[in-house]
Design a protein around this ligand. Structure first.
Ligand SMILES: NC(=O)c1ccc[n+]([C@@H]2O[C@H](COP(=O)([O-])OP(=O)(O)OC[C@H]3O[C@@H](n4cnc5c(N)ncnc54)[C@H](OP(=O)(O)O)[C@@H]3O)[C@@H](O)[C@H]2O)c1
Length: 297
């Protein structure tokens, strides 16, 4: 297959591109900056929101759309606007580009997040569970709606990648967790009862390629391991694997003072399970949090 990847030079995109190339696919990377392609891609094309269409999807069989401003950082109004603007209008631009290229892709895999479910306590969340409320849930709803236009208007196969916290070398979460815990500053956040949907980078990549290569797969998929952990379990297991101790628990108000609205990402509970992925026959390499963390150390 000829596969385009927006955000293809980012954390997940690079890992997906490398593995796709290893499996014999041809990879075309899209970036906002013109540049030469990495060794695993055949071409690098530009994603330019000032142009119409914003990207050239000619000759592609599928597009994996991962581009988006990082949600990490202090959520000022301007940051929140960038988080939205880099997702909804850019996804609309991807669908417009699909419309504009008759020889373009008929398959769209679009990033989304388990944040789509909002704050849900102990409720088990499958892809059949209605979406929730809150800033990230609202962004995900509009993001997925924009992607679904490709199905409604073009009859394309659309897959929505509702991803949890991705654990891998070089990504946002694991290097930060490792550093904090190595300094013995890792601590339970809030009451620690909130569920954390997580996935090892190998499964994030394996599952994205499984969804790409399996024509029957469409609609939303939770990209999270079969066994989510609570924040308290996560804290204890990381400390145990790294052979360190934990700091005194950080109360929710402290997190909010420190991180502002971004604290919702670590304080809200999403007990997401990958029901659709398991039903589709995907076998996880890393199902248990402790083993997944140990594999990264
Ligand atoms: N990593 C996770 O734990 C996680 C969890 C849930 C969901 N996701 C979602 O999965 C996708 C990929 O995540 P990632 O961790 O690989 O992200 P990443 O490393 O930050 O890469 C995202 C890429 O998007 C492009 N980008 C950044 N800001 C942009 C903007 N304002 N407008 C347009 N493009 C922009 C950049 O590519 P160029 O500079 O080359 O244009 C960047 O390399 C994101 O949409 C993210 O929300 C990730």
């Amino acid at each position: 297959m000829r596969i385009g990847i927006t955000g293809g030079l980012g954390f997940i995109g690079t890992a997906v591109g490398r593995e796709a190339q290893q499996r014999g696919h041809e990879v075309i990377v899209f970036s906002r900056k013109p540049q030469s392609p990495p060794e695993w891609a055949v071409e690098c094309r530009v994603l330019d929101m000032t142009e119409k269409p914003a990207l050239n999807l000619g000759g592609l069989d599928a597009i994996v759309h991962l581009a988006g401003e990082s949600v990490m950082g202090y959520w000022t109004d301007a940051k929140k606007q960038r988080i939205r603007d880099s997702r909804i209008p850019v996804t609309e631009a991807v669908v417009d580009a699909m419309k504009a290229s008759p020889d373009g892709p008929k398959v769209l895999l679009c990033a989304s997040g388990t944040g789509a479910y909002g704050h849900r306590g102990d409720e088990v969340l499958t892809e059949k569970t209605p979406m929730g409320t809150g800033f990230l849930a609202d962004v995900c709803r509009d993001w997925e709606k924009a992607a679904n236009e490709a199905r409604q208007i073009l009859g394309a196969r659309v897959v929505l990648l509702r991803t949890g916290m991705v654990l891998g070398q070089g990504g946002a979460a694991w290097p930060m967790l490792k550093k904090i815990f190595s300094l013995r500053l890792g601590s339970r956040l809030g009451d620690g009862k909130q569920w954390v949907p997580w996935i090892h980078l190998e499964d994030e990549v394996g599952l994205i390629l499984h969804l790409l290569e399996t024509p029957a797969c469409k609609g939303p998929f939770n990209l999270s391991a079969p066994h989510p952990v609570t924040n308290a379990e996560m804290t204890q297991q990381i400390a145990s694997v790294l052979g360190t101790t934990t700091f005194i628990p950080t109360p929710a108000f402290g997190m909010k003072l420190l991180m502002g609205e971004l604290a919702s990402v670590v304080l809200e509970s999403q007990r997401a399970v990958p029901q659709a992925a398991l039903d589709s026959g995907y076998v996880f390499k890393h199902s248990q949090f402790r083993e997944a963390v140990a594999s990264l150390v």
